[in-house]
Design a protein around this ligand. Structure first.
Ligand code: ISL
Length: 559
């Protein structure tokens, strides 16, 4: 275990700055707000913060559309505020990881403004421009059949030059052309400047999409899905980035690449330390299991499928590579509403999923509010929502596909990204202690009962459970590095696994259901439970362990 990188025993906390804490009362969270909560985060015990984008942006996609990589958006503060946050976080032993969004820029970025200005502009080739398709087929001029991830075609015609530009996401997010070495060098130089400023690493937005399958861009191509765009040059790009940015720095950085559509075989290549690409990736398989043909079609949780999928990632990255562990982020519905019971068993199911996730091998990520069991929201009207993905989907589904507004709204309730983006619930006051102004997205009405102050004052605190999990990872090499073994993979409600290292074995036994799990427990679990010592759990201890109560989750140490 000696010599393992710091992030193998670390926990990262994701801050969505817009929704975390608003210090200046404009209704939008800011850097000063985050600074004011550093003691809270230090008490929780996290090792690093990943900040969703804080760069200047027209905010069509809440900062994932960047118009200047080298500054801070005035709604969040300025570079002086940023330096203060960095210093005060690092004083508390908390590292700062920036979001790096370089698959695309904003359509207001000077690079794109130049690129679109004429066919001969020196930056013309920094983006993906194509002439209209001459054939009179169903594409109706579009260069190929790709649809964007945010509805509509992935190509938009620019009047100035009469050509189309590619955008895998919104119209306002043109894709950079990484085939062009000038683009790559400009990005590396920018990353180096942030590292020189003192930041501790990068979370890289849809980084596998920077390499496109050029033959599909230009050829007859199927419709776009997440597995489609990634070209094989991705490994060259990441190795080149590593050499240009990280290799010369002995510091302890963290790189995590967000990679929709990748498999474990891809992940082994991306995270093999010997290949110098990234430290870990965010994969999407486990959060796609409850999605139908469209991500807004929510399917019920299939527990065996989820357990087996995560176990498959544990197994395939056991010898080479490293996992990141997450159930929540700013793009996902709240885990307690999605996989748990956010009413009757909110505390129990929030802590069950926390235990199950944090006891796996990999680096756990906590998304703001997860540590107090925040839930999904159900606004009555689409007008109450702000997320570009949800709004575009709603318009397309209702206006073009004639689906009933109520059914589309139900999909947004279940799966929409604003579930994760309602302001952080600090206390029971009218704006949940988030802001003295009018929040940019309404607070969840349940903040009067669910908030940091109430959770921490309560006898059963989700926050304290997370504190314990973080402490365990810091203190026990078996939590950080132990081998993973899934028990009872087909069981419909039991989630049980072991972790072992150097003669020590931990056992997680969890009942992921509203119903009790009647005794006797399956033999494989019952056998190891005898004489096991309880380390942490979300129910009062029972001895001997008979049936499991709803959402009961316990960590044991085996003799
Ligand atoms: O459609 C998807 C893949 O199947 C999406 O999950 C998509 O890959 C994902 O939303 C990518 O997210 C990241 O890039 C987006 C931004 O809106 C998200 O907030 C960010 O996390 C574009 O920058």
């Amino acid at each position: 275990t000696r010599g393992a990188p710091w992030w193998t025993s670390a926990v990262v906390y994701q801050v969505y700055p817009r929704s975390f804490a608003d210090a200046d009362g404009d209704g939008i969270g800011d850097l000063a707000g985050i600074r004011g909560k550093l003691d809270y985060l230090a008490e929780l015990g996290v090792d690093a913060l990943w900040l969703s984008p804080v760069y200047p942006s027209p905010q069509h996609d809440n900062g994932y559309d960047i118009k200047d990589y080298e500054d801070i958006d005035p709604v969040f503060g300025d570079l002086a505020q940023f330096d203060l946050l960095l210093a005060e976080a690092q004083e508390r032993g908390i590292r700062i990881v920036m979001d790096l969004v370089v698959n695309h820029t904003s359509d207001e970025h000077p690079w794109f403004l130049e690129s679109k200005s004429s066919l001969t502009n020196p930056k013309r080739d920094w983006y993906w421009w194509r002439t209209p398709n001459a054939s009179n087929g169903p594409l109706n001029g579009l260069p190929n059949a790709w649809g964007s991830f945010f509805s509509g075609p992935a190509w938009t015609l620019d009047e100035t030059t009469g050509e189309y530009y590619l955008h895998l996401f919104a119209v306002q997010q043109p894709d950079l052309n990484w085939e062009n070495p000038e683009v790559r060098q400009a990005v590396y130089a920018m990353m180096n400047r942030w590292l020189d400023r003192g930041v501790d690493g990068f979370r890289m937005d849809v980084i596998n999409f920077i390499a496109k399958r050029v033959e599909l861009v230009d050829g007859p191509s199927p419709s776009l899905d997440a597995s489609c765009p990634m070209g094989p040059q991705i490994h060259d790009y990441l190795q080149e980035m590593h050499a240009a940015v990280f290799a010369g720095r002995p510091g302890e950085h963290l790189t995590v690449g967000e990679m929709p559509g990748v498999t474990t075989a891809d992940a082994v290549l991306f995270t093999d330390p010997a290949r110098h690409e990234v430290d870990m990736i965010f994969q999407f398989e486990h959060v796609s299991l409850d999605q139908g043909a469209n991500k807004f079609d929510a399917l019920p949780l299939n527990l065996p499928a989820l357990k087996q999928n995560l176990a498959h990632w544990q197994r395939d990255l056991a010898d080479t590579g490293w996992n990141s562990l997450y159930l929540n982020n700013h793009d996902q519905p709240r885990l307690v509403s999605r996989f748990g019971n956010d009413a009757e068993y909110r505390y129990e199911s929030a802590t069950l999923w926390a235990l199950v996730l944090h006891l796996q091998r990999g680096t756990p990520y906590i998304y703001q509010g997860e540590e107090i069991g925040m839930t999904n929201v159900r606004f009555d009207s689409i007008a109450d929502y702000r997320d570009i993905e949800s709004l575009n989907h709603y318009r397309e589904a209702v206006e073009e596909f004639d689906r009933s507004p109520a059914s589309v709204l139900a999909g947004v309730h279940a799966m929409g990204r604003d579930n994760a983006r309602t302001p952080m619930q600090w206390d029971a006051s009218p704006n949940a202690g988030f802001s003295t102004g009018t929040p940019w997205l309404a607070v969840n009405p349940n903040h009067t009962g669910i908030n940091v102050a109430a959770d921490r004052a309560g006898e059963r605190s989700v926050f304290r459970f997370y504190q314990e999990l973080i402490r365990l990872r810091h203190e026990n090499p078996v939590v950080a590095l132990g081998d993973f073994g899934l028990l009872e993979p087909d069981h419909e409600q039991l989630y049980a696994f072991t972790r072992s290292l150097a003669g020590e074995t931990l056992l997680v036994v969890a009942n992921a259901a509203d119903a009790p799990l009647a005794a006797p427990l399956p033999a494989a679990v019952a056998a190891v439970l005898t004489n096991a010592e309880r380390v942490l759990g979300n129910h009062p201890p029972q001895s001997p362990v008979a049936s499991l109560r709803p959402w009961e989750a316990t960590l044991y140490r085996l003799p």
